[in-house]
Design a protein around this ligand. Structure first.
Ligand code: CUA
Length: 414
């Protein structure tokens, strides 16, 4: 049996064991009685059947005893169910979204994750919602299983008294990759959880996301791209060590290598070392952005974490959205196909045959096509695929732009 790490789970286990115990007890009693009757009332042993006309006490016993047993079993089940359904006041709220075929968890400060993080010894109120079909949130270690029904608000609560990692499954068949709807509940010590929630955990993935989040927050991507294309400012991907011809305020030109000093100066006081060919339009972030945050951005752009260790690869900002929104469960980024959806690689600009009301239509996968396919996924379904993607009509513009730019960065006709 799974470890008991949740107080309400203990009640569930007790109810389970009591019901199982009674079932076994009754099985044994009935079997023994049956064998005894077979032996005792065999035709050789009792050739003439007794003619019994009712027995008051036998009737009382077989009416009252089963009633008491059944009510007792009901009570043990009901009391454990009540413990699981009574959510303590002040429980920490986390939104849980299920969709084909992944999970998304959103915390009070807006942070999202694909695995559920929880502080130890703290009750969590999980508000369940589904984007498409019925899923079921199942944490065996918590003895919790509850459906996520589209258009209906459901909730459960959990609490762990032990730090560790526990499985989360989808327990309602929801289509082809139902078995893929697996993730983890990560129970952390309270300080570690807070550090994770504040985004200052020292892990590589978090460092990347923090740099990215800061750049989004400060609007860097309004002017800079991460896919090598020029916007109103130079692209920033792969900037580390690149040679830059810069103009100093006195008009002198100099070639330098983009290092941490250069990038930080470019953020804090862009006019001081302006790249040749670009106007001095960027506002200085000196005083607006803290020194610490500026260093996080610099490290992100250099592809290094705080200790100077390189990231495996600098992520495109849109890749983060694609992961968080679950796109990559069905769409690949390497040109292969999962059979459920077209690959993102080479998608942009390609010609796609779509089907609508049994009519075929050829469309070019331009920005508008991708935008419509994300927001209103059922509008056009690409030939050869079934209509299985949920509509993402509630994504904010930034996320959609990020996804489009990510898909564009994976190549295609332009
Ligand atoms: Cu979601 Cu099965």
């Amino acid at each position: 049996m799974y470890p008991q790490i949740f107080s309400a789970a203990k009640d569930v286990d007790r109810a389970f064991l009591i019901i199982l115990g009674f079932s076994v007890f009754i099985l044994v009693v009935v079997t023994i009685a049956m064998l005894w009757f077979l032996w005792r009332y065999n035709v050789k042993r009792s050739p003439v059947a007794a003619d019994i006309r009712g027995n008051f006490w036998a009737e009382v016993i077989w009416t009252v005893l089963p009633t008491i047993i059944v009510l007792g079993l009901f009570w043990t089940g009901w009391s454990s169910f009540k413990a699981m359904r009574t959510i303590p006041d002040g429980a920490m709220e986390v939104l849980v979204e299920g969709r084909m075929w992944s999970w998304k968890f959103t915390y009070a400060n807006g942070k999202t994750s694909q695995e559920l993080y929880a502080p130890v010894d703290t009750p969590l109120r999980l508000k369940l919602s589904s984007r498409d079909v019925i899923h079921s949130f199942y944490v065996p270690a918590m003895r919790v299983k509850w459906d996520l029904v589209p258009g209906m608000d459901t909730e459960v609560w959990i609490q762990s008294d032990t730090v560790g990692e526990y499985d989360i499954f989808c327990a309602e068949y929801c289509g082809l990759k139902h078995a893929d709807m697996i993730t983890l509940l990560k129970v952390l010590p309270a300080e570690d959880f807070q550090a994770w929630l504040d985004g200052s955990a020292e892990t590589e993935g978090d460092e990347i996301l923090r740099g990215l989040a800061l750049m989004e927050e400060y609007g860097c991507f309004d002017c800079h791209t991460m896919d090598g294309t020029d916007d109103v400012a130079p692209p920033l991907n792969g900037i580390a060590g690149k040679e830059r011809l810069i103009i100093l305020p006195d008009g002198a030109k100099r070639t330098i290598k983009a290092d941490s000093h250069y990038i930080k100066t470019s953020i804090m006081d862009p006019g001081a070392e302006l790249v040749d060919g670009w106007d001095d339009e960027m506002p200085p972030y000196e005083g607006d952005l803290s020194d610490e945050d500026a260093n996080v951005i610099v490290n992100y752009l250099l592809g290094k974490d705080e200790s100077g260790k390189p990231f495996k690869a600098l992520e495109h900002p849109g890749l983060h959205f694609a992961k968080v929104e679950g796109c990559l469960k069905c769409h690949t980024t390497d040109g292969t196909t999962t059979g459920r959806a077209p690959s993102f690689k080479g998608l942009y600009g390609s010609t796609i045959t779509v089907r609508k009301d049994n009519k075929e239509k050829m469309l070019t996968a331009d920005e508008e096509y991708i935008r419509q396919s994300i927001k209103h996924s059922t509008k056009w379904v690409a030939e050869g695929y079934v209509d299985s993607m949920p509509p993402y009509d509630d994504l904010n513009e930034e996320t959609i732009e990020g996804l489009i730019s990510f898909i564009k960065s994976l190549g295609g006709k332009d």
